[in-house]
Design a protein. Structure first.
Length: 173
């Protein structure tokens, strides 16, 4: 989504043989997929694929119902629209925090996808985690990773940015 390229540009056109698709981070309830783009690359070739799947991969009962989620995501570009939305929410968060000009807040990486990486003064992350869930990316540097997803709303972003500003305002200078 960030690159503005079709899925084929970084799969089949790039020579990818096997692709792992995670559906849950893009709107599926519990569907993941392994897509074999080049069956001949598998040991034993295309004929071995059904056996490899049963021996070394997850095979849930009624898998066709779970798999329907993947079909829904990839038909009509739902996955791409979800990804674009996630990316836009991350950019919104970063923009709001840049505009706030909070002393001691810095961004460690470009916000090109659905993640915002920032360093915070001591104690800020712990205080924020009382009401919001996020992880340290590098605790030794007070670097955090804030993720946006397909269901992050502008209201969510605005509330989080407001909470960050409030925590900053409550800190001694």
């Amino acid at each position: 989504a960030t690159l503005g390229l079709p899925l084929s540009a970084f799969t089949t056109e790039a020579g990818v043989d096997v692709l792992s698709l995670g559906g849950t981070k893009n709107g599926a309830l519990g569907a993941e997929a392994v897509v074999v783009l080049n069956p001949d690359a598998l040991v034993g070739g295309a004929e071995a694929l059904p056996f490899v799947r049963k021996l070394s991969m997850q095979l849930a009962s009624k898998m066709r119902f779970i798999s329907a989620q993947i079909i829904a995501l990839y038909e009509g570009d739902v996955w791409l629209n979800n990804a674009r939305h996630s990316n836009a929410m991350a950019k919104r968060l970063r923009s709001k925090l840049e505009q706030a000009n909070l002393p001691g807040l810095s961004f460690t990486q470009a916000t090109e996808s659905n993640a915002v990486f920032a360093t915070l003064p001591d104690g800020i992350a712990d205080e924020l985690r009382q009401n919001f869930h996020f992880y340290d990316w590098d605790a030794t540097r007070n670097e955090v990773r804030w993720m946006c997803s397909f269901d992050t709303t502008e209201k969510d972003i605005d509330a989080f940015a407001a909470a960050i500003k409030q925590v900053w305002a409550s800190r001694p200078s």
